[in-house]
Design a protein around this ligand. Structure first.
Ligand code: GLN
Length: 472
């Protein structure tokens, strides 16, 4: 029975819960048993909540005819999303014992929908990283090969879903942190259009790039979670009213920026990508080459803008207002000790970089230029999608240039690590939605995903083509 419950999709589980053929308690207990068996190896969760079964009991008791499809469905939450009364540390020492005083808007929505919260998942400290090795509490492992990274920064959420320790999870994505770990762990992950999901209660990394989104085992489950959390929120002034989805085309016109695939992409990743293209063509979809000439500057732009915004956002962790406080001989020493000991090396690196690029006199050279490049990237996509240019519906690339790499392999080479974000970062710069869907496995059995990027508010099309790719 227990294993059967673990293989159910959210929709199937929801159906059985409605018919009272299974209970939320049974469902929660099977996930807890799986967590008990595997989490000490995987380290997907930083904390499994002590009241999971109690939550499930309440959910069973309160189920009614009109209950939401997520009613009684267990969910894992990245450690940078606030749940009132529970710890939220962003996997940082500086917030190790911080207890959230309120719910993030996505959590309020999920509570209303009847979710059962399993626990909080590991991540790179303050979401800075692509392997979860920057967690202050030790790395998460890839469920397909424990010697490898799960990707990051939402590596805990992706490993939980990919390893069967949660049916669905929330992640956050500033430059790829939902899609890349989803790809490396064999899960589906969506970065929504900027503004479609409220950021209220998400610990800010780079506010103009951050979005919360779903990680799931299937496109349908990701869609369900996304639709539950999306929508304008008066508490987040950058959130927007949802746009009525347009009908999805029968045959998609799919753009491929072939010139971005010439260098640095792993052979097997490329083979799986090309195979997906061939199958899509075979299924009657149109494949067209697109040119996104400024894409090659995306990483450079991102790694100026992101640290600039992060250094500003992290200014609040000064030992006075939040979390850990260390005392020195004077106020300056208090700051130095608190921030020096509270933040890990990658976070400090980015704060220094961000503070530098924002220094007086350097604005034009760095921040101003990076902002201009960001606009060019946005225009590249707008051009490629423009209907009047008989534009494409979706742009397809690999999600990440490589499959999961060995733990420790890239920790001493931040630039190598940053290159992993090459395909994911542009969507954050442009604010467009992008979905990673599993497309195959390497000979060694490591999952490889492809990324679908669409125009603003075209999540609908991403889900539709995503489901087609799932079934190829
Ligand atoms: N890997 C990217 C970085 O380190 C993305 C992080 C993210 O999306 N939170 O910045």
């Amino acid at each position: 029975m227990a294993t059967d419950l673990l293989t159910l999709s959210v929709t199937e589980a929801s159906h059985l819960l409605t018919k009272k053929e299974i209970s939320a308690v049974e469902l929660a207990e099977s996930y807890l048993a799986q967590i008990e068996a595997k989490n000490s190896d995987l380290k997907a969760y930083l904390e499994v909540f002590a009241d999971v079964v109690d939550q499930a009991k309440v959910s069973d008791d309160k189920r009614s005819a009109g209950s939401h499809a997520l009613w009684g469905i267990p969910l894992a939450v990245k450690d940078n999303i606030l749940i009132e009364g529970r710890r939220a540390s962003s996997a940082s020492r500086i917030l190790e014992n911080y207890v959230a005083p309120y719910d993030a808007t996505v959590i309020t929505k999920l509570k209303t929908a009847g979710s059962v919260f399993l626990g909080r998942t590991n991540m790179d400290e303050f979401a800075m990283g692509g392997s979860t090795e920057n967690s202050s509490f030790g790395p998460t492992k890839n469920p397909h090969d424990l010697s490898r990274v799960p990707g990051g920064s939402s590596g805990g959420s992706a490993a939980a879903v990919g390893g069967g320790l949660a049916p669905i999870a929330l992640g956050s994505d500033t430059g790829g942190s939902i899609r890349q770990p989803a790809s490396l762990c064999g899960a589906v992950g969506l970065k929504p259009t900027y503004g479609n999901v409220s950021r209220y209660g998400l610990m800010a990394m780079a506010s103009s790039l951050d979005q919360i989104g779903p990680i799931a085992r299937s496109v349908a489950d990701a869609r369900l979670l996304y639709e539950t959390i999306a929508g304008r929120d008066p508490l987040d002034s950058t959130s927007v009213e949802l746009v009525e989805p347009k009908a999805t085309p029968e045959a998609f016109t799919i753009g491929v920026p072939y010139d971005t695939l010439t260098e640095g992409v792993d052979e097997e990743v490329l083979a799986i990508f090309n195979d997906t293209i061939a199958k899509l063509k075979g299924a009657g979809h149109l494949i067209r080459e697109v040119s996104l000439p400024n894409l090659k500057y995306s990483l450079a732009s991102y790694y100026v803008l992101m640290p600039a915004e992060s250094s500003t956002n992290l200014g609040r962790f000064d030992g006075l207002r939040y979390g850990v406080a260390k005392s020195g001989a004077n106020l300056l020493e208090d700051y130095l000790k608190t921030r020096g000991e509270g933040f890990g090396p990658e976070v400090r690196r980015r704060i220094i970089l961000g503070t530098y690029v924002l220094s007086a006199g350097y604005y034009d050279a760095f921040y101003g230029k990076a902002t201009a490049v960001r606009e060019l990237v946005r225009q590249d996509y707008a051009q490629a999608f423009a209907k009047k240019n008989s534009g494409v519906d979706i742009i397809l690339t690999p999600t990440a240039p490589t499959p999961a790499w060995l733990i420790g392999e890239k920790v001493n080479d931040p630039l190598q690590m940053y290159l992993e974000d090459i395909f994911t970062v542009p969507a954050n710069l442009a604010g467009i939605p992008a979905l990673s869907v599993p497309a195959g496995q390497t000979r060694a059995g490591l999952p490889v995903g492809v990324q679908l990027a669409g125009p603003h508010f075209a999540e609908n099309n991403l889900f539709a083509l995503g489901e087609i790719i799932e079934q190829l």
